[in-house]
Design a protein around this ligand. Structure first.
Ligand code: SF4
Length: 468
């Protein structure tokens, strides 16, 4: 176990996450000790791995760190942990900051690629490769966002929080379908009320993207899917719609009939997410579907005319080697999806995984490189990137897409340039004001509570969307 001791709460987040990034498979605990002699100390079994003294912060720390002091602390702690472990982090000292947001800001300021890369490497100690990646993605994102109406445009998210089974790494508030099957119609009743309200107050604004996610929306029966999509058709105009996505994530949830319903309602983009093409891993993580089912669902979707299919993969799943990942990628390349989203496994509190299952950061780095190579061979380029807390080795999630197949909604959710109105249990709406200010409104996570308190959820939206 590693202990991170910090004099103030302000720095605990960075100190903890940086330590965790260097030691992904070790339990890290943090504590505040106001009287500690150092500002931050990292200890393992009595051995000091890193320590930054108060004196080294040059000026008086006072009640809170200045931005410069925080930066200095980050760099000092980072270099000590590098020396201790003999390795660097590809995203350097960037903790909890979206790299593409920084790149986008520089891009909008007219900074050149070379200047940005130099600044990113020197200032945040990010590797050249990741600095180039952040820039490349910011350029792509900007080109896509420039097509959207930031003032009058908005996007709609609809959450269906049910899955055939719950995967062991899942950190969403998704429930097993069997536990809710008698309440799904009640859930759709509540959702319809929320959709109707949003449709009414959003008249006059331009709906640019719709994303139905979850959970697994295709766990709904054919008639239920029909009902949901018809409700959206009734209350929203498609005049300015650029993209309509439905996650069909679990191959064991799709049928020809359900795909036909999606086609009838003009869905332009779907996701079929294997996460891995190794049967042993699928069994171990509780997916309860086969590799063959992934291939069949994909072939069926193609046969039915879906020409924008995303596939999600996770790097770092329990028991997988780089060879397994290479084999998975070979199988994915044979299918040739239009988008590939590569996640690095994030261990969140809600997930039912054992700590010893967390991979070594070096292995995940190699897997990510393999995935980037496969995406390139499929003529895809990276178009969005985000990082989560607790990703082993402090890596990233990257979305790759073939020409003109990028998921616009994915960029919007990351870059927060447009209002996203979200409905369903556990969804979070974000209103983006012209001055860049963001206001949020959350729905309750619990499905039964959502159904019971739908009036209150709508009231919350009234506040958020008033004078919209
Ligand atoms: S399919 Fe996705 S949302 Fe559903 S349980 Fe698995 S990880 Fe969670």
């Amino acid at each position: 176990m590693i202990q991170v001791i910090c004099r103030e709460e302000t720095y605990i987040y960075n100190a903890y996450h940086m330590t965790k990034a260097f030691y992904p498979s070790v339990e890290v605990v943090s504590q505040i000790e106001e009287e500690a002699s150092n500002y931050v100390t990292v200890i393992s079994n009595g051995t000091v791995l890193a320590a930054v003294s108060i004196e080294s912060l040059s000026e008086d720390v006072g009640n809170c760190l200045s931005r410069e002091q925080k930066h200095l602390l980050d760099r000092t702690l980072y270099s000590q942990l590098c020396a201790q472990t003999g390795r660097t982090l590809s995203w350097g000292i960037l903790m909890g900051v979206r790299p593409t947001k920084l790149a986008m800001k520089k891009l909008c300021e007219g900074v050149s690629r070379a200047e940005f890369v130099r600044w990113f490497m020197e200032n945040y100690l990010v590797s050249r490769e990741k600095s180039e990646l952040a820039w490349q993605i910011a350029v792509k994102e900007k080109a896509l966002l420039d097509r959207l109406d930031a003032r009058d445009g908005y996007s709609l998210y609809v959450g269906i929080p049910f899955c055939p089974t719950v995967c062991s790494y899942c950190s969403f508030s998704s429930g097993e379908l069997s536990a809710w099957k008698n309440r799904i119609d009640d859930y759709l009743d509540a959702l319809s009320k929320e959709l109707r309200y949003i449709g009414q107050v959003s008249k006059g604004r331009r709906l640019n993207t719709v994303y139905i996610g979850g959970g697994t929306p295709t766990t709904l029966g054919e008639a239920q899917l029909e009902r949901l999509l018809s409700c959206i058709d009734t209350h929203f105009s498609r005049e300015h719609l650029l993209e309509y996505t439905v996650e069909a994530g679990r191959p064991d949830s799709v049928t020809r009939e359900k795909f036909a319903v999606l086609k009838d309602h003009g869905i332009t983009r779907i996701s079929i997410n294997p996460q891995t093409m190794q049967q042993r891993t699928l069994d171990a993580i509780g997916r309860r579907h086969t590799v063959e089912e992934v291939k069949e669902a994909f072939a069926l979707a193609r046969e039915m005319g879906f020409d924008n299919i995303n596939m999600d993969l996770i790097m770092g799943l329990s028991g997988e080697t780089t060879e397994d990942v290479k084999d998975t990628l070979r199988q994915i390349e044979a299918l040739s999806p239009d988008n590939l989203t590569v996640h690095s496994l994030a261990i969140k509190r809600a997930a039912r995984m054992e700590r010893q299952d967390v991979k070594d950061a070096g292995d995940i780095g190699a897997m990510i490189e393999e995935a980037a190579g496969a995406a390139k061979r499929m003529e895809m380029s990276p178009y969005y990137l985000y990082r989560q807390k607790n990703i082993a080795g402090n890596f990233e999630n990257v979305g790759y897409a073939k020409v003109d197949k990028a998921g616009i909604y994915n960029i919007l959710i990351m870059e927060e340039k447009q209002t996203i109105v979200a409905c369903g249990a556990g969804s979070v709406s974000k209103r983006v004001y012209p001055d860049g200010r963001i206001e949020r409104s959350e729905n309750v996570k619990d499905v039964a509570q959502y159904i019971e308190r739908i009036g209150e959820m709508i009231e919350r939206k009234k506040h958020l969307l008033s004078d919209c």
